[in-house]
Write a protein that binds this ligand. Structure first.
Ligand code: HEM
Ligand code: HEM
Length: 186
């Protein structure tokens, strides 16, 4: 019998699978770390400032790998899905999840471009990854950086609303929506 099946019905899963749960919380953690590093590095002098920018790029590449794995796992045939119906809130939740996936993907591409349009190689824990493109103008570097910044704030605001909705499910509606994304509880 499926270990994730509910005691009442063996057909209905009560939890996301373990890899989905691990990837969700690791992604959330990395996004928060990325945002905090970028918002705080301006307050630090060199060499700490420089280390924080390098850490942002290295974690950014880890986030890229995590995101690719998450997407492949999510799109595989037969992934665990829940029937929350076709009501307005269920559709809004699905729309929010799709938007978060889309923005994360875009932010990752923008992250690479932010560095390369500044005509610098990306840094992955000391390893340099040069741009496959030619030289960019100062304007291109500035515009890409601004878009990366706006996308970062958009992700944080939307993820905050998404987290608030999860807490509302848990504490007000008292259903299993948050629990199914938590490890080892039934
Ligand atoms: C969701 C994930 C991410 C968030 C929330 C985020 C957030 C930010 C923010 C807020 C800035 C500052 C922009 C400004 O002040 O103009 C920034 C800069 C930057 N980000 Fe990200 N970022 C993310 C992912 C990435 C990734 C995946 C990479 C590359 C692999 C990356 C590379 C960079 C670079 C190179 C800079 C400019 C650093 C500098 O000023 O020298 N970011 N990021
Ligand atoms: C940067 C932070 C976060 C991002 C980018 C994010 C993104 C996502 C995405 C894309 C999904 C859809 C999963 C799928 O069906 O494939 C999801 C599901 C979920 N997230 Fe988040 N999340 C974040 C933070 C949080 C936080 C802080 C909470 C709780 C307080 C939370 C609770 C949940 C829950 C309960 C689900 C499952 C919803 C369901 O089963 O229908 N997330 N998240």
């Amino acid at each position: 019998m499926d270990p994730q099946a509910s005691p009442r019905s063996s057909a209905l899963p009560t939890h996301h699978d373990r890899l989905t749960i691990a990837l969700h919380w690791l992604t959330a953690l990395l996004v928060a770390v990325q945002f905090l590093l970028a918002e705080l590095w301006g307050f630090f002098p060199r060499p700490t400032h420089h280390l924080m920018v390098s850490a942002h790029m290295s974690f950014g590449l880890l986030l890229t790998a995590l995101f690719a794995l998450r997407l492949a796992w999510r799109l595989r045939p037969g992934h665990t899905s829940f029937d929350d119906g076709a009501g307005l809130f269920a559709r809004a939740a699905r729309g929010m999840h799709h938007l978060l996936y889309l923005l994360l993907g875009a932010e990752i591409v923008l992250g690479f471009l932010t560095r390369w349009t500044d005509n610098h190689p990306l840094v992955f824990f000391g390893l340099l990854i040069p741009s496959p493109f030619g030289t960019f103008s100062k304007t291109a570097g500035y515009v890409t950086d601004q878009i990366h910044d706006i996308a970062a704030w958009t992700i944080i605001v939307l993820a905050g609303a998404h987290a608030a909705a999860a807490l509302l499910h848990h504490y007000i509606l008292k259903d299993g929506v948050l629990r199914r994304m938590l490890p080892g509880r039934s």
